[in-house]
Design a protein around this ligand. Sequence first.
Ligand SMILES: *Cc1c(COP(=O)(O)O)cnc(C)c1O
Length: 458
Amino acid sequence: MNELLMEAAARATRYLDGLRERHVPPSSDDLARLALLDEAFPEKPTDAQTVLRVLDEVGSPATMASAGGRFFGFVVGGTLPACLAANWLAAAWDQEAGQATSSPIASALEEVCLRWLLDALCLPAGSGGGFVTGCTMANFSGLAAARHALLKRAGWDVEAQGLFDAPAITVIVSEAVHVSVLKALGLLGLGRGRVRTVPADEEGRMQPEALPRMDSQTIVCIQAGNVNTGAFAPALEICSLARQAGAWVHVDGAFGLWAAAAPRRARLVAGVSDADSWATDAHKWLNVPYDSGLVFVRDAQHLRDSMAVNAPYLIKGTRREPDEFVPELSRRARAVEIWAALCSLGRQGLADLIERSCVHAARFAEGLRAAGYEVLNEVELNQVLVSFGEDNATRRVVEAVQRDGTCWCGCTLWRGRPAMRISVSSWATTDADRERSLGAILGIANEVTRAGVIRHRS
Ligand SMILES: *Cc1c(COP(=O)(O)O)cnc(C)c1O
């Protein structure tokens, strides 16, 4: 075991060192070598050293270098050093984190993290919370608590009776709603297509004046951080209207919620803490390993009532039982890495991580604008949407940037126009990474758009 783990550490270190110079996406040769794994299920055992060697030799080159500083796709960050190390130790512990009895440490860390997270994210102290796989499940869990609370109010026990013949619930979303919210609504029997959709402004912010009449059987889903623009719904106004009507407000804040942790960005989340439930990711801007999402509910009892189960073999102690606040029973101890992140960063380090990402994004926008390209969004957070002229030119630039591999940025469609989407969310991104990436993007864009002009003329 000793030797094996030391070798794993050596291989991992070599991999991480290599990220500094590596192309961000894998090469086609690296991808072709994945065919080596496509064998029949082996009859005989393979020694662990060989298992590790194959994984490293075939697997490591076929990764996306998202742990490095030049990956700007999908609003996901790299893993902080303390989190990676904590993850290794926790894997050695091999804890079943669902029950306090089966993992006292996991349960204790969840309680500490819950308190720290509510503090860092400026959410009401004493709110309940659960440690889930990602923001999709966090949205699901927050909305399950909402469904429970609203139907209970109407005298209906949804967990026992289901939704057939239940009183109706109205769900309001904005036209810029994230697909994971719709997916969660579908899983909850509230319907992906049964929602009332409210128009959003040019940044994707829900328009409060367009809200339909709400009542105590209404759930309003708002966004803190649009997945394209990074924009926030006007939460102060929406929460105030919802409160007057007795409606429930759920916030999808997968990455945007973290703006609350950076004093210079905190104005963006004004009013968000007035909501009833919140969903966010730790594996995005907190830079912990996958999979790690978080749900918070103002009244913990609603979340517990929607999730808790009883079985004769489940032991109920006097402490908070982790599995009573999430869909899963057995699961890994996600709080270990969250604790490691929060402990290693502290309030100042967390603020710095968020702020630095936003400053990188602003600099990307400035450099692109200065070169004559159109930035399509107000860059207030960590997201930059850029158009390189005609739709096809933009698509070609994104493809060429991805092929070049100096950095990696995705493509999106914003208000009908294709755009390159730059998301800065990793602790690992340095000023040098940013300038090198910006230089590569500008060089490629210049080449592609000039070639386009020449083709037009001829
Ligand atoms: C990423 C994201 C989600 C989904 O989160 P997962 O962790 O991928 O499940 C939901 N909403 C927004 C705004 C996101 O950016």
